[in-house]
Design a protein around this ligand. Structure first.
Ligand SMILES: Nc1ncnc2c1ncn2[C@@H]1O[C@H](COP(=O)(O)OP(=O)(O)OP(=O)(O)O)[C@@H](O)[C@H]1O
Length: 247
């Protein structure tokens, strides 16, 4: 069990080798038991591989403690059963199915009654659009479906991998609202490049560079330090290109 001050997820010295190449050389990160923790880094820094390492989708070494238990040797299905929900970068929404069918497919046997009351409370729009084909939803609404699926099964942590990638600024604002609502219910590890979104949502952040943790701390401190964001992320924290979510 975790105590209130203990991280929900604590990763230390995470290493991953893929195709004979060392991709992660020692990633350290903590996710608090509430709010949003942002995972940042330039393209190719190792963010997605870190998420895949945490979920056991790639062979990894080091320590991955989740809810007080060492999980680095556990299989992915065991981690999922323990309450880690994942919203992948491409959202993984089935375009030919309705919203209700997409949600039904995410119900997990053995996870108790699917928490539709929570999903409908946070996202009433999904109830209203239950019979609509998911392929006809906007990018923001599809992201809502992807996040809602992670909330159905009583998960204790949601990992959202670049939920705003490729979305228009207006849709980024919609996704920010979706994540804000989800984070009221469950802590979120948010992989994100959009610093305006990080500014708006994240309490703390972890920055990766070349497969290592280069910075950890309160998100506000990093974003207030233009020199650090330039050095670590290659952008100024007030760069207009990264302010879309404030619109
Ligand atoms: N299966 C693989 N085999 C070999 N190299 C890989 C594999 N998967 C990823 N890589 C490499 O590992 C490095 C980190 O990739 P990763 O996708 O984790 O970075 P990222 O920070 O998520 O990047 P992006 O922001 O572009 O999505 C990259 O150089 C990538 O080319």
């Amino acid at each position: 069990m975790t105590t209130a001050s203990e991280p929900l997820l604590s990763v230390r010295g995470l290493r991953v080798v893929l195709g004979g190449r060392h991709i992660l050389h020692g990633v350290d990160l903590d996710v608090a038991p509430a709010g949003v923790t942002a995972l940042l880094g330039r393209n190719g820094a190792g963010k997605t591989t870190t998420v895949r390492g945490v979920l056991g989708l790639v062979p990894r070494t080091g320590s991955v403690r989740f809810a007080g238990t060492e999980t680095v040797r556990l299989a992915t299905h065991d981690l999922v059963r323990r309450g880690i929900g994942y919203a992948p970068e491409d959202r993984g929404v089935f375009a030919g199915l309705t919203v209700a069918e997409n949600l039904r497919l995410a119900e997990r046997p053995g996870a108790g009654t699917p928490d539709y009351p929570l999903v409908h409370e946070l996202f009433p729009e999904l109830k209203a659009r239950a019979r609509q084909s998911a392929g006809t939803l906007s990018g923001g609404q599809q992201q809502m479906v992807a996040i809602a699926r992670t909330l159905l099964n009583g998960n204790r942590l949601i990992i959202a991998d670049e939920p705003t990638k490729g979305l228009a600024p207006r849709v980024v604002t919609e996704v920010a609202l979706v994540l804000e609502r989800a984070a009221r219910a469950v802590p979120v590890l948010l992989v994100e490049q959009n610093l305006a979104l990080v500014r708006r949502l994240a309490d703390s952040c972890v920055v990766l560079a070349d497969g290592r943790t280069a910075h950890r701390g309160p998100a506000a401190d990093l974003l207030a330090d233009t020199g650090a964001t330039r050095r670590l992320l290659g952008v100024g924290s007030n760069s207009p290109a990264h302010e879309e979510a404030d619109a």
